[in-house]
Design a protein around this ligand. Structure first.
Ligand code: SF4
Length: 392
């Protein structure tokens, strides 16, 4: 029922990988940098991909990877070996610009403070830290809340696009979540970046109260939007994502997602759902998938991976059985939803830390295809203005 590559991805997401000394030495020799930036649980692994377009973010430092049977080996080329199975892979290095720094208000920061590239997408974060506290996320526990300089956010996109090791071909503007009084400033960032970015811009953000907001977001040139449900069960949500659970309520979120699909279209709105026994019962995860799919929103399934710096650091990761079960059921729900939606994300390279695979259809976009296929044009018809800078 599953291909060897799919089985391998499920296994590696659940158990991780060991990196053979020869593979580690070859990686350092070829790219002169670390294997991973290690900045967030679900993106902290080694980025690998197969010839058939299966992208895998393979955890290798977390304690749950100690007993894994999968190994990244190098014998002139990279491959993943597990038992009798050997699958050749290519690897995606950490970009060169991750080593560069910038100055803000006379203080020096690494560019990774503004943006990081995973596979082919540069993720920028206008806010450092986060106004919210989710129990599986390191952001509010590791960083002090502050706004970042808008001009440098644009600069990091330019660096990411032209990176010699891992050039980015699209951008995600992501969290932390701004405090309510910073929402107008964040709107300026969205409009400014969408206007000036040389590559297409997606936004990941919480729902707003204003149901017309998605129309405005589309009008300034944003291509796709991600409004994450994360935890569907209301009681579990109160414990794991308390700020979001208190924010506007699940029903508002679902209505807002529906309004976003109306504004952007099916295939341009997605919602991330974290799953595994540590998060909520699997039936609840599948209820989330159903609620999203019937509204034409792509469910993006993220197998829970504990980050030791967070209160959920000692919880178990999603098991391989859970991952397979959720995948099979979620595929079935999408197929029968009647909305035409499939599991997200559509960008194959961005599937590395989700349980999604290309299916040969043109719904999914490969690394050498243009993102204009996704409506990824860079609009020039809006007029965002960069406000004067003030140091705190
Ligand atoms: S809202 Fe997003 S960035 Fe903030 S704590 Fe939750 S997951 Fe992390």
């Amino acid at each position: 029922m599953f291909t060897d590559e799919q089985e391998l991805k499920f296994y590696v997401l659940a158990h991780g990988i060991k990196i053979d000394p020869a593979a580690e030495a070859a990686w350092h020799e070829q790219f002169a940098g670390p294997i991973s930036l290690g900045e967030y649980a679900s993106t902290s692994g080694a980025c690998l991909y197969t010839q058939a377009g299966t992208y895998i973010n393979a955890p290798f430092v977390e304690s749950f990877t100690q007993s894994t049977e999968a190994r990244l080996v190098f014998d002139g080329n990279f491959a993943v070996v597990k038992g009798n199975l050997t699958i050749p892979v290519s690897v995606i290095p950490v970009p060169a610009y991750h080593q560069q720094t910038y100055v803000d208000c006379e203080k020096e920061y690494p560019y990774t403070n503004l943006g990081v590239t995973h596979t082919d997408r540069c993720r920028i974060s206008p806010i450092e830290g986060c106004a919210w506290v989710c129990k599986f996320c390191d952001m509010p526990f590791e960083k002090r809340y502050r706004r970042k300089p808008m001009d440098q956010l644009l600069k990091v996109i330019e660096l990411a696009k032209d990176d010699k090791l891992s050039p980015a071909r699209h951008v995600l503007i992501s969290g932390g979540t701004p405090k309510a009084y910073d929402e107008p400033w964040v709107d300026e960032v969205y409009a400014y970046i969408a206007e000036h970015s040389p590559i297409p811009v997606d936004v990941m953000m919480p729902a707003r109260k204003d149901m017309t907001y998605p129309v405005w977001l589309r009008s300034v040139g944003v291509n796709m939007v991600s409004i994450n449900i994360e935890v569907f069960d209301v009681e579990r949500a109160k414990r794991i994502i308390p700020s979001k659970a208190r924010h506007l309520g699940l029903n508002h979120y679902l209505d807002y997602i529906e309004a976003s699909v109306s504004a952007f279209g099916v295939g341009f709105v997605q919602s991330l759902v974290v799953f595994g026994q540590a998060i909520e019962p699997i039936e609840s995860t599948l209820a989330a998938v159903k609620a999203l799919a019937k509204r034409g929103c792509m469910p993006v399934l993220s197998a829970f991976r504990p980050d030791f710096t967070t209160p959920m650091g000692k919880e178990p990761p999603a098991t391989m059985e859970e991952i397979k079960h959720v995948y099979i059921e979620a595929m079935d729900i999408c197929e029968n939803s009647g909305s035409g939606v499939k599991l997200g994300p559509r960008c194959m390279a961005c599937q590395h830390n989700t349980i999604t695979f290309p299916d040969g259809s043109d719904f999914y976009v490969g690394p050498h295809e243009s993102l204009t296929h996704l409506g990824g044009t860079v609009r020039q018809d809006n007029h965002a203005v960069l406000p004067d800078k003030k140091c705190a």
